[in-house]
Design a protein around this ligand. Structure first.
Ligand code: AMP
Ligand code: ZN
Length: 493
């Protein structure tokens, strides 16, 4: 039997502001859409926090046995500078500054994004559609909205008529904004005066002569408004009504509010059943953001080449750090916090690696059944990863007690314990077994094992000075030797 049948998953729905029992549109299947990156610069760690959380949602859904279609788009067109309907397109601006083609900008940062995801052990989504690959569909959707009388054209640009939509619809349903506050841009900039009301947002913008990314349309040579692509691509690949739509909290308004208005206008139904929003990653107590320069890049953390951290950290440690916080809480990034996560992560992975060496006892002194239930209960409670991690540490404690012969597990319990622990640590949280990760760490382990043998020989020869020197020098490098009954083991901090 699929695990989802025996698990009551609850999701906090940002639309209703309550935790609701998850009931997919089609039994056994999940359709999930997550707004992807705008590829005009490198994704920073804040972006990665959001994508990583949805990676874990995807992983858990797969673990529960759902057939999941996970769509995460690439925003490679449009997106004006002030997130409103005016100013310069970010991709075009970068292209102009670097004197390259906009599509070169897009390619460069898409490749970088994929590189980061690979390093951080993300599962690829089922479909990764691009905005520029769906211009035709976007034009079709604009026509449909115009046919319904909810969009109008002025000087080659097309705007969504928010006040008219609000006569029967509910603009503000997601963000809670009152219609009089839902103004897209308070400054009077280019094109702003074309709108009937300041609440209206662009579906299509006529390109001025500076604008390089442009397509022909019935209204002008121009480009789509930035909310449109997600309505189009989610409907195309997941249908008019689908299960989960995710993104960071900062996308609730205007982006997701506008998506609802557009999709609902065309289909007449509520497009998304569960809206999920992640909270922000902070650096220096402020939102990590490219625009303010307050950010760190994920690959700089791995290389150690940054001005924020005292040393390099592994991708699995950063993943663990992210998962130690609930996705709906803000999370403060710092070197100290990462160092604490590194210690916890090492303890967890060390214990998991020791599992294979454990032999079954006659009886169990630890209730694997209860522990397993607790792990699932944590994830079923709106993907509560910090609570899951606290249960994983109960498992660590048990493993350490077994090591010291203070606890035991029967053969059946041990098998169940191993499978469940491995599943949560590697399949669901996506952590990596760093001792077996990549060639270099294999080589490092080999070198440390060699030094352990040399130290053993030194001790047999009563060469205490050499034996202590090996231990102390390794310790200074962050490699701790532990002498036990079964020989010497080591951990890398
Ligand atoms: P963007 O490329 O700006 O559209 O952002 C991609 C995703 O990252 C969106 O879901 C944003 O909400 C999210 N995001 C941006 N900044 C942060 C942050 N500091 N912490 C968490 N998520 C963020
Ligand atoms: Zn989107």
């Amino acid at each position: 039997m699929e695990l989802y049948k025996e698990n009551q998953l609850k999701i906090y729905n940002s639309l209703t502001k309550t935790k609701e029992l998850f009931k997919p549109v089609t039994e056994g299947r999940v359709g999930m859409y997550v707004c992807g990156p705008t590829v005009y610069s490198n994704a920073h760690l804040g972006n990665v926090r959001t994508f990583m959380f949805f990676d874990v949602v995807y992983r858990y859904m797969l673990h529960l046995g759902y057939k999941v279609r996970y769509v995460r788009n690439i925003t490679d067109a449009g997106h004006l500078e002030n997130d409103a309907d005016a100013g310069e397109d970010r991709i075009s601006k970068r292209a102009r500054l670097e004197e390259i083609e906009p599509m070169e900008v897009v390619q460069r940062y898409t490749v970088d994004f994929h590189d980061v995801l690979k390093n951080y052990n993300f599962l690829p989504p089922s479909i990764e559609p691009t905005a520029t690959g769906h211009i035709v569909e976007q034009i079709e959707m604009i026509k449909e909205i115009m046919d319904k009388g909810l969009a109008y054209e002025v000087n080659g640009s097309v705007y969504f008529d928010v006040l008219k939509y609000n006569e029967t619809g509910n603009y503000g349903i997601l963000s809670g904004r009152k219609i009089e506050d839902a103004i897209h841009n308070t400054r009077v900039l280019d094109g702003q005066s074309d709108k009937k009301n300041p609440q209206d947002f662009a579906l299509w913008k006529k390109a001025d002569e500076r604008h390089i990314m442009r397509w022909p349309s019935p209204w002008s040579d121009g480009f789509p408004g930035w909310h449109l692509e997600c309505s189009v691509m989610s409907t195309k690949y997941l249908g008019e009504q689908f299960d989960i739509h995710g993104g960071g909290m900062d996308l609730k308004f205007p982006h997701h509010e506008c998506e609802i208005a557009q999709s609902q206008t065309c289909s007449g139904v509520t497009p998304v059943n569960y809206w999920m929003h992640t909270n922000m990653l902070l650096l220096n107590s402020q939102k990590m953001a490219k625009s303010t320069g307050n950010y760190i890049l994920p690959n700089e953390i791995l290389s150690g080449e940054n001005e924020v951290l005292p040393k390099a950290f592994s991708a699995s440690v950063v993943r663990f750090f992210n998962m130690q916080a609930n996705y709906r809480s803000i999370l403060d990034f710092s070197g100290e916090a990462l160092e604490a996560s590194e210690k916890g992560h090492a303890k967890l992975i060390e214990a998991v690696n020791f599992l294979d060496k454990i032999e079954a006892g006659k009886t169990s002194t630890f209730s694997v059944e209860k522990w397993k239930k607790d792990c699932y209960a944590a994830m079923n409670d709106d993907f509560n990863t910090p609570v899951l991690i606290s249960h994983l540490f109960e498992a660590v404690k048990t493993i350490n007690q077994i090591k010291e012969e203070k606890a035991s597990l029967s053969a059946d319990d041990l098998a169940d314990f191993k499978t469940t622990l491995n599943a949560f640590v590697f399949d669901v949280l996506g952590l990596m077994n760093e001792s077996s990760e990549g060639n270099n760490s294999d080589k490092l382990s080999g070198v440390v094992e060699m030094l352990i043998q040399m130290r053993k020989q030194a001790r047999e020869d009563k060469n205490w000075a050499l034996s202590d020197e090996i231990r102390d020098k390794l310790l200074a490098l962050g490699i701790q030797l532990k002498d036990g009954r079964e020989g010497t083991s080591f951990s890398i901090n």
